[in-house]
Design a binder for this molecule. Structure first.
Ligand code: ATP
Length: 219
């Protein structure tokens, strides 16, 4: 795994959770918040935790932010600060800036000022939860675009013992099986003659409508 240098700005619930997890995964993470009270809990759970106003370009430069691979801006409530900070980071020259948005309007502004990816945690999580509820065998769900998604589906006893080719997922549903998970093992290049066990998880990519048809079939 390539170790990345990531700066996380805004240490509310979302930002601090991103920061802790990236640090746990072995990345170099700098945590920044304007409020010392929010910075303190990240000491020991980040490579460096600093108090700074992320809308101030001089302060960002003094912290050496330009040397980082990626930034996550997790300022939710203060729209102006979130937009200004994103703009500063792009001006400084960060190639990848991901920003948390409160709503669709916020998202549109962030895209205009150059955010590379905009995340709406509550909205995105709501969709995931709905898909879990809608389809009992859906384990996880990721949107690739407006039309395409990746879903993780738990295999039921209905298809246990069948090989991937026998399932005819590509022929009948126009979807691609990217991986087959069995417990901790992940087979990332499954063969057509690999046999599925009950409880295996199929990682499938396709058009939303095709995936929906596949989900309804309840594999
Ligand atoms: P949560 O992730 O808890 O839902 P939130 O969306 O409510 O957070 P805020 O509380 O608005 O987001 O902001 C998250 C953090 O960003 C706060 O800890 C706040 O101190 C910090 N923050 C806000 N403005 C700035 C700024 N200009 N520079 C650095 N940090 C900032």
């Amino acid at each position: 795994m390539k170790k990345k240098q990531i700066v996380v700005i805004g240490l509310g619930r979302f930002g601090s959770s991103v920061c802790r997890e990236l640090y746990k995964l072995g990345h170099e993470v700098m945590a920044i918040d304007k409020d010392a009270e929010n910075v303190e809990p990240l000491i020991g759970y980040s490579s460096q935790a600093s108090v700074a106003d992320a809308t101030d370009k001089t302060q960002l430069n003094n912290l050496g932010v330009r040397n980082f691979d990626q930034a996550i801006v997790a300022i939710g409530d203060d729209l102006q600060a979130s937009v200004l900070c994103t703009l500063m980071l792009k001006e400084i020259g960060l190639s990848s800036v991901w920003v948390k948005a409160r709503d669709l309007q916020h998202k549109k502004i962030l895209e205009k000022v150059g955010a590379d990816r905009v995340i709406q945690p509550e909205y995105e999580m709501g969709i995931r939860v709905a898909h879990h509820i809608d389809s009992e065998n859906i384990v996880d769900y990721i949107d690739l675009s407006k039309d395409y998604s990746i879903v993780e589906m738990a295999a039921t006893e209905k298809i246990a013992g069948k090989s991937l080719i026998q399932l005819e997922i590509r022929v009948k549903f126009n979807c691609i099986i990217l991986a087959l998970k069995r417990g901790e093992d992940v087979n990332i290049a499954p063969h057509a003659d690999d046999v599925v066990n009950e409880g295996d998880v199929l990682v499938v990519m396709g058009h939303r409508n095709d995936l929906k048809r596949l989900e309804e079939k309840r594999l």
